[in-house]
Design a protein around this ligand. Structure first.
Ligand code: FES
Length: 154
């Protein structure tokens, strides 16, 4: 019999049977639950493209076994604007041109939301860059990303 987990995903209670107990949260989201907003970059915890919030904390979903998430509350990029209204961090990314190709953007935004919720963003660019250092942007849009986090923190 397949193991199963019960969790809250973007505000909705879900019971999920895991066909493979080794499945990561990232693969579960993208391949089973039709939530492709969370991106797969390195698949080994180095780029941050797969960042989601688990119980309000930032995690790399590629390093998180879904089996460990029974009872957890998970928020993905799709959950930020579930009612069709952009989250203030999403608005700030648009206003500050905080992306180029956009591939890393969902992870950057989720990381920024988590950082701000942790109260660790502040207004200091160095502090923001350090707090966002787990999220790599290969287009090097870091200036705009930092401005966006500053804006969203105010
Ligand atoms: Fe998870 Fe790169 S895909 S950190």
């Amino acid at each position: 019999m397949s193991p199963s987990i019960s969790l809250t995903l973007n505000g909705e209670a879900r019971d999920i049977a895991l066909d493979d107990p080794r499945v990561t949260l990232l693969d579960l989201l993208r391949e089973r639950l039709a939530l492709p907003g969370t991106k797969k970059g390195c698949d080994r915890g180095q780029c941050g493209a797969c960042t989601v919030l688990v119980n309000g904390r930032r995690v790399n979903s590629c390093l998180t076994l879904a089996l460990t998430l029974d009872g957890a509350e998970i928020t993905t990029i799709e959950g930020l604007a579930a009612d069709g209204t952009l989250h203030p961090v999403q608005e700030a990314f648009i206003e500050n041109d905080a992306f180029q190709c956009g591939y890393c953007t969902p992870g950057q935004i989720m990381s920024a939301v988590g950082l701000i919720a942790e109260g660790r963003a502040g207004d200091d660019p160095e502090r923001i860059r350090e707090g966002m250092s787990g999220n790599i942007c290969r287009c090097v849009a870091y200036h705009g990303i930092t401005l966006a986090v500053q804006d969203a923190t105010r």
